[in-house]
Unconditional design. Sequence first.
Length: 56
Amino acid sequence: MVYDVILTRESNGYLARIKEWPEIWSNEKTRDKAVQEVKSKLSKFLTKQYNKNKLV
């Protein structure tokens, strides 16, 4: 799956958030770290949603 990441430069670093899920975001000192963290948070979120909706 492909998701859009909105990356914003701020005075203290970078803010990365997933366009489709604005509640998933990361604020880090470097661009790469912000993107890496938001990808990790998205993966955890999607895994949690999958497990929540999985039929037993």
